[in-house]
Design a protein around this ligand. Structure first.
Ligand code: GLN
Length: 231
């Protein structure tokens, strides 16, 4: 595969890059629920474009790593020569949102990865793959998500977990946005503020263990679009 430059064809001015009112956000389209993210991003006021090739990374204001199977996406990233360019964009501060498998890909460390599984990294967290166990492969819960539910008139977000990971630990600088109380998985109540971390932000990186793209509620994507506009 030829290696193409990610630099935009038009030279950047020396001024800080400005994000247009309607930012262009790529959705990594190697595997997973790409169409749903495209629709949710459009509902959130962005232009969304599927990304399969190196050259399609040029000019993006942000990138979404969808859910799917992190081991497969990891392999395909390498096969399609996208791993290094995406890592470079993350290091450069490109806003990236990872949902479920995408959250695993953005984690610096994973527990229960498959043999040889690598992540892109970027967020200083440890993520446990398939953390909720077999008996609760899939479930839904209403969760308060910081930056969404705490806005004036805000409300909990309906979250869908599908063979989801959770965040086992976070380094300083990582902001926890949502935790799932234990009762959502095994019936036992835990105090508010306890429970597994299922959404977080570090700088321009946003992750959720759940899938907001399949609920028809675009607020998580709106939060990501606002991070893209802030940059
Ligand atoms: N269990 C999957 C993985 O390890 C993630 C599942 C999902 O993205 N819905 O990649």
């Amino acid at each position: 595969m030829t290696s193409l430059s990610v630099s935009p064809a038009v030279p950047r001015s020396s001024a800080a890059p400005t994000v247009p009112a309607m930012p262009t956000i790529g959705v990594l389209a190697l595997q997973g629920d790409v169409r749903e993210h495209v629709a949710a991003l459009e509902a959130a006021g962005a232009r969304a474009v599927p990304v399969r090739r190196h050259r399609e990374l040029a000019g993006l204001d942000g990138l979404v790593l969808p859910g799917g199977e992190s081991t497969t996406i990891d392999k395909l990233l390498r096969i399609f020569d996208l791993r290094d360019p995406v890592r470079a964009l993350i290091a450069d501060g490109l806003p990236v949102y990872g949902s479920c498998a995408g959250m695993i890909l953005l984690a610096n460390r994973i527990v229960d990865g498959s043999d040889g599984q690598q992540t892109l990294g970027g967020m200083d967290v440890t993520v446990r793959r398939n953390a909720f166990g077999r008996q609760v492969d899939s479930f839904e819960a209403d969760l308060n998500v910081a930056g969404i539910s705490d806005l004036p008139g805000g409300s909990p977000v309906r979250t869908v977990f599908i063979r989801a990971p959770w965040i086992e630990d976070t380094a300083p600088g990582v902001q926890v946005l949502a935790r799932i109380p234990q009762h959502a998985t095994d019936g036992a109540q835990v105090p508010a503020g306890a429970g597994r971390i299922v959404a977080a932000r570090q700088g321009n990186l946003l992750v959720t263990a759940f899938h907001p793209e399949i609920t028809g509620d675009a607020r998580v994507h709106e939060l990501f679009v606002s991070i893209v506009r802030e940059r």
